[in-house]
Ligand binder design. Structure first.
Ligand code: FES
Length: 115
């Protein structure tokens, strides 16, 4: 099991959160199962950016992102070098520290159009 630490987010987890997750589980599912209600507008099908997270620790332990994820991430609000789409990134063997960006760009809610 990997220990996941979530940094405080004003709406989703004001106190931050800490829980364990098994390797192979997507970060998005791990968050949702532990009551951190991260947005996932495309139902985890790698078609939005609302599940964007930034890894503050453990980025190297995740499988590399596929091209589709990289392309979408380019559109994410607050992109950083250690950004991932949490529905695509699976927990690896190492502990993770996750920051959920303050904003998302919800393409689905805005009609799915490209900007
Ligand atoms: S939920 Fe849409 S890309 Fe992850």
């Amino acid at each position: 099991m990997a220990r996941i630490k979530v940094l405080p987010h004003a709406e989703l987890c004001p106190q931050g959160a800490e829980f364990e997750a098994p390797p192979g589980k997507s970060i998005c599912d791990a968050l949702l199962e532990n009551h951190v209600d991260i947005e996932h507008a495309c139902e985890k099908s790698c078609a939005c950016t609302t599940c964007h997270v930034v890894l503050r620790q453990g980025f190297e332990s995740l499988d590399a992102a596929e091209d589709k994820e990289e392309d979408l991430l380019d559109k994410a609000w607050g992109l950083e070098a250690t950004s991932r789409l949490s529905c695509q990134a699976k927990v690896g063997g190492a502990d993770l520290t996750i920051e959920i960006p303050k904003y998302t760009i919800n393409y689905e809610r805005e009609g799915g159009g490209k900007k």
